[in-house]
Design a protein around this ligand. Structure first.
Ligand SMILES: C[S@@+](CC[C@H](N)C(=O)[O-])C[C@H]1O[C@@H](n2cnc3c(N)ncnc32)[C@H](O)[C@@H]1O
Length: 452
């Protein structure tokens, strides 16, 4: 059996993503769990995220260094070389250590025939670093390490922000927390962080929001198991308050798991009459229930319903006009959260966008009749693409004369025709101080009111 070091585990994860199109969310945690040494664990994580962030650029450099492309069946070798090149171009690991570790990896994987080849590729990279970088910078999508279609889509929708957004997509995301204000004040929780030597700052736009100076594992967060806090990006924390929930309301969260926003709704208004949470994934629904239990939100007196079903069939299950509020946190391209999930740049295909937009439209159509006249539906995505966001709402409003969009009364994000858009890294283009302070993910919000 091969030793489970940082590099072997990183290569195993990258091979699964590049070769079998697995997501990091599925394969990274078990691979890291197999490493005992904490320093090796964090090196493995650094290598995996680094290669996925810079994949398009590293691949172009690799292409310059080989005479013919590496065969698809040799995806593990490709992952080994990309991991080596990442270390050459983006880390301070000494050159000789990178070369020998990479050659060892290739040998240990039973590819002695390729050891000389790997040695040549890495030595070539080390000899020609500047020229290889210059060459990579010639091609716009290679320069910023995004697939060509995605760079085009971003620059078409946000021409003034493309540079800032792609840079933010390739940067490390901050760890953001939402204090459970039913259990602790932000000051109390802040003191707890201080006692544990964890640096943080408060977030201006969110009453319970904090950003840590450095990420820590959830297990290492004080009060996490006791439900004092949730891990949630600042942009995601901006959603639940827009639903404007009040006591005695009946609320539907149509794509609810793992429950970040359901929990936030309950924390904002524990006196809700009923909260129905739908998700089509039973496993994710289980995680949602665990989260609500951990946060102490199961026994507030609000009737909680956990429904594992396809929300596209909601009308068969719920009566028309039965909810005061509906949250549709729709499945989307996740192009707003690339900095947290850099594998999205590789896994997402251009053709997915139209399919996702069709599903979002079908979900909106299915859920709208369930809303009471005078009620509010909040549509959110973690996408930065207009096709999934403002265009979706524009078309919905044309089809539904009983719907009107209401402008959120907030001072963050970019006001769009029908909602609000947060973009990662945009403060330079729009002068948005809150975004600069909070370094938000990309997120879209539209509030639709049903006319009486
Ligand atoms: C963006 S995530 C929701 C995140 C969640 N609102 C939160 O704040 O934690 C989308 C969720 O929708 C679920 N989903 C996608 N399509 C669905 C459908 N047709 N019916 C029900 N759930 C769906 C996915 O399983 C996923 O858990």
């Amino acid at each position: 059996m091969r030793a489970r070091t940082a590099r072997t585990q990183a290569v195993a994860v990258l091979t699964a993503v590049l070769g079998r199109h697995k997501s990091l969310a599925d394969v990274l945690a078990p691979a890291l769990a197999a490493i005992d040494d904490p320093r090796e664990k964090s090196l493995a994580q650094e290598l995996v995220y680094g290669v996925m962030r810079w994949l398009q650029r590293l691949q172009s450099i690799l292409d310059q260094l080989v005479d013919k492309p590496i065969k698809p069946k040799d995806v593990e070798l490709r992952a080994q070389l990309l991991t080596g090149l990442y270390q050459v171009f983006y880390t301070r690991i000494p050159a000789h250590a990178v070369v020998s570790a990479t050659v060892d990896l290739v040998r240990q994987a039973g590819r002695s025939w390729a050891a000389g080849f790997a040695n040549g590729v890495l030595r070539g990279a080390l000899r020609n670093k500047d020229a290889l970088q210059r060459q990579a910078n010639q091609v716009p999508w290679v320069r910023v390490s995004h697939p060509e279609w995605l760079l085009q889509a971003i620059s078409q929708d946000w021409p003034d922000c493309t540079e800032a957004m792609t840079a933010a997509n390739n940067a490390r995301a901050p760890m953001c927390l939402r204090v459970n204000l039913l259990r602790a004040s932000v000051d109390e929780y802040g003191r707890l962080l201080q006692q544990h030597g964890i640096g943080y700052r408060r977030v201006v736009s969110q009453p319970g929001g904090l950003v840590l100076d450095r990420p820590v594992e959830s297990a290492g967060l004080p009060g996490y198991r006791e439900g004092l806090v949730s891990i949630q990006d600042n942009a995601a924390q901006r959603a639940a308050p827009l639903l404007d929930v009040h006591a005695s309301m009946q609320v539907l969260d149509a794509c609810a798991a793992p429950g970040g926003k359901s929990a936030h709704l309950l924390e904002l208004c524990p006196q809700l009459e009923r909260l129905v949470m739908i998700d089509h994934s039973a496993a994710r629904m289980k995680t949602l229930q665990q989260n609500l239990r951990r946060l102490g939100l199961m026994d507030l007196g609000c009737r909680l319903e956990f429904v594992v079903m396809d929300a596209l069939h909601s009308q068969a299950r719920f009566n028309a006009a039965s909810f005061d509020r509906i949250l549709l946190d729709a499945p989307c391209s996740a192009t707003g959260v690339i900095r947290r999930h850099p594998d999205i740049k590789f896994l997402r295909r251009q053709a997915d966008i139209a399919k996702l937009a069709a599903t979002q439209q079908a979900l909106l159509e299915q859920l709208w009749p369930l809303l009471k006249p005078g009620g509010r539906l909040l549509y959110t995505t973690c996408s930065v693409l207009k096709q999934e966001n403002d265009c979706q709402i524009e078309e919905f409003l044309v089809r539904h004369t009983d719907a009107q969009s209401i402008e959120p009364d907030v001072d963050w994000g970019i006001a769009t025709s029908h909602g609000r858009q947060c973009l990662p890294g945009v403060q330079s283009a729009y002068g948005l101080q809150a975004e600069a302070d909070e370094q938000v993910d990309g997120f879209y919000y539209a509030c639709l009111q049903r006319r009486i």
